[in-house]
Design a protein around this ligand. Structure first.
Ligand code: UD1
Ligand code: CA
Length: 455
C-alpha cells in the first residue's frame, strides 16, 4: 500500500494573538510546521500534502523549500473540511496518514506504529491518557472497551469531560473509506464545523474496528495553541536535546540553560558552561570548552579549543588550539587557523588569520589576510571602509603591529615588518622594515593646569 500524508496547517491560531500564522511560529529555531514535516518525510511517503489557508501565502513563501504539494483550504470550516480539499488527489487504495501542523514533536517511531496499526485493522488512531485532558476531544468507549466515537470538548457532557483518554488527531486509514466518510460529514455541532473526528462514529457503525495506539511520550502529542504552551514546549524540547548530547559525551553545566536551535555535530569531551545558544549548523571537535553566555551560529570549531565567556561567533571557522575571548566577536567569513588567540573586545570580519597569530585586545580586523605568527597590538584598527567601498589589508608572516595602529586599506605590510605603536599606515610597508608615523613629542615646562573658576 502506498502512503500519502496530509498535514493540516490552515488554522489561524487565534490564541497566539499574532499576524503570523500559528504554524510559522518557531520552536528551537524552526517553524512548527517544519518539525511535523521532518517527522513525516522520514516515512518516505509517495505524496505529502500541506493544507494551508490562513496567512497562506506567508506559509507557502516561508516553507517553499519543503518538498510538498500545497493545497489551499479557502475557508476554515473545520478539520474534516480541510482534509476534503485534498481528497481529489488521493488514490483510493492509498493509506492516508493525517497529521496536524501545530503538534510539532511527533516522532517518526510513533508514526510508524500508527501506520502499522492501520494496516492491521484498517483504521489506526493515536490517543493518549492525560492527567489534564482539557481542550482535547475525548475517546468514548463501550463496556467492552472498544472505541465508538470521539466527542469534542465543546460538545461533551459533564460525564464525558471526565474521560482522560484524548484524541491526538493523528490517524491513518485507506483513501476510499476516508473519502466516503468525509462526504457524509455535517456541521451539527457546537462549533458549526466539519469535524474530522466524526468519521470515527461512521466507521464504527459500519463495523470498522479502530485500533488505538499511544505515543512513546506525551510530549509528542502536545498541540500548541498559545504562547505559554509554545515556551513550555521549547523548554521540553531543549531538555530532550541536552540529554541526547550528554549521552553522546558532552558535559552541560545546566541543561535548563542550554539552547540548540539547529543541528549540532559534536565529538567527545566537550564542555558547555551555562547560557549557551547554538544556532544553525554547528560542528565542534574534541576537547572543546565553551564558557558562559556565548552565542555561536553556523560555525565549525576544531579540536582543543577554549572559547571564554561572552563571545558571539557567526559563520566562522575556528582552527585547532585557538583561544577566543572573553568578549570577542567573530563575524561571518572569519577563518582562524591553528593556535590563534583572539582576546577581549576584538571584532574580526571576513578575514583569515594565520597560525599562531595573536590579536589580544580591543581591535577591529575586517577584510584582511593575516599571516602566521603575527602580533596585533591593542587598539589596532583596519580602516577597511572609505565611505563607499570596502578595501583589503594584507599582513605577512611574523609582522609586529604596535598598539593603536590604523591600517588604511587597501594596504600591504610585508613579511617581518614592524609597525611602531601609534602609527597610521597609508602606504605599503616593505619586508623587515620599521614603519613609524608619529608627531614629535613636545615638552612645555612648568605647565599649570587651569583651576576652577570661582564665582
Ligand atoms: C482537534 C480535534 C480534537 C483533538 C485536537 C488535538 C477536531 C474536530 N478536533 O481539535 O479532537 O483533540 O485537535 O490537537 O478535529 N485546521 C485546518 N483547517 C480548519 C481547521 C483546522 O487546516 O478549518 C488545522 C489547524 O491548522 C491545526 C489542526 O487542523 O493544525 C487542528 O485544528 P485545531 O483548530 O487546532 O483543532 P482543535 O480544536 O485543537
Ligand atoms: Ca489544536
Amino acid at each position: 500500500m502506498s502512503l500519502t500524508i496530509i498535514i493540516l496547517a490552515a488554522g489561524q491560531g487565534t490564541r497566539m494573538r499574532s499576524d503570523r500564522p500559528k504554524v510559522l511560529h518557531q520552536l528551537a529555531g524552526k517553524a512548527l510546521l517544519e518539525h511535523v514535516y521532518h517527522a513525516a518525510i522520514a516515512l518516505k511517503p509517495a505524496q505529502l500534502f500541506m493544507v494551508y489557508g490562513y496567512g497562506g501565502e506567508q506559509v507557502k513563501d516561508t516553507l517553499m523549500h519543503l518538498e510538498a504539494k500545497w493545497i489551499v483550504q479557502p475557508e476554515q470550516l473545520g478539520t474534516g473540511h480541510a482534509v476534503q480539499q485534498v481528497m481529489p488527489n488521493i488514490p483510493d487504495e492509498d493509506n492516508v496518514l493525517i497529521l496536524y501542523g501545530d503538534v510539532p514533536l511527533i516522532t517518526e517511531e510513533t508514526l510508524k506504529t500508527l501506520i502499522n496499526a492501520s494496516e492491521e485493522s484498517g483504521f489506526g488512531l493515536l490517543t493518549a491518557h492525560l492527567d489534564d485532558p482539557r481542550g482535547y476531544g475525548r475517546i468514548v468507549r463501550n463496556e467492552d472497551g472498544e472505541m465508538i466515537r470521539i466527542v469534542e470538548e465543546k460538545d461533551a457532557s459533564e460525564q464525558e469531560k471526565q474521560i482522560n483518554e484524548i484524541n491526538t488527531g493523528f490517524m491513518a486509514l485507506r483513501g476510499d473509506l476516508l473519502k466516503k466518510w468525509l462526504e457524509a460529514l455535517d456541521i451539527n455541532n457546537a462549533q458549526k464545523e466539519y469535524y474530522l473526528t466524526d468519521i470515527i462514529e461512521m466507521a464504527v457503525l459500519e463495523g470498522q474496528v479502530i485500533k488505538t495506539i499511544q505515543p512513546g511520550s506525551d510530549i509528542e502529542i502536545y498541540g500548541i495553541n498559545d504562547r505559554a504552551q509554545l515556551s513550555q514546549m521549547e523548554r521540553y524540547y531543549q531538555l530532550i536535546q541536552a540529554h541526547e548530547l550528554m549521552r553522546q559525551g558532552v558535559t552541560i553545566a545546566d541543561p535548563a540553560r542550554f539552547d540548540l536551535r539547529g543541528d549540532l555535530e559534536v565529538s567527545q569531551d566537550v564542555e558547555f558552561d551555562i547560557n549557551l545558544l547554538l544556532q544553525g549548523r554547528i560542528k565542534i571537535g574534541k576537547n572543546v570548552k565553551i564558557g558562559p553566555n556565548c552565542v555561536i551560529k553556523d560555525t565549525v570549531i576544531g579540536d582543543n579549543i577554549e572559547i571564554l565567556a561572552n563571545c558571539v561567533i557567526e559563520n566562522a571557522v575556528i582552527g585547532n588550539g585557538c583561544r577566543i575571548g572573553p568578549f570577542a566577536r567573530i563575524r561571518p567569513q572569519a577563518v582562524l587557523d591553528e593556535n590563534v588567540h583572539v582576546g577581549n573586545f576584538v571584532e574580526i570580519k571576513k578575514s583569515s588569520i594565520g597560525q599562531g597569530s595573536k590579536i589580544n585586545h580591543l581591535s577591529y580586523i575586517g577584510d584582511s589576510d593575516i599571516g602566521k605568527n603575527v602580533n596585533i597590538g591593542a587598539g589596532t584598527i583596519t580602516c577597511n571602509y572609505d565611505g563607499a567601498n570596502k578595501h583589503k589589508t594584507i599582513i605577512g608572516d611574523d609582522v609586529f603591529i604596535g598598539s593603536d595602529t590604523q591600517l588604511i586599506a587597501p594596504v600591504t605590510v610585508h613579511k617581518g615588518a614592524t609597525i611602531a605603536a601609534g602609527t597610521t599606515i597609508s602606504r605599503d610597508v616593505e619586508e623587515d622594515t620599521l614603519a613609524i608615523s608619529r608627531s614629535e613629542q613636545k615638552i612645555i615646562k612648568k605647565w599649570k593646569r587651569p583651576g576652577k573658576v570661582k564665582h
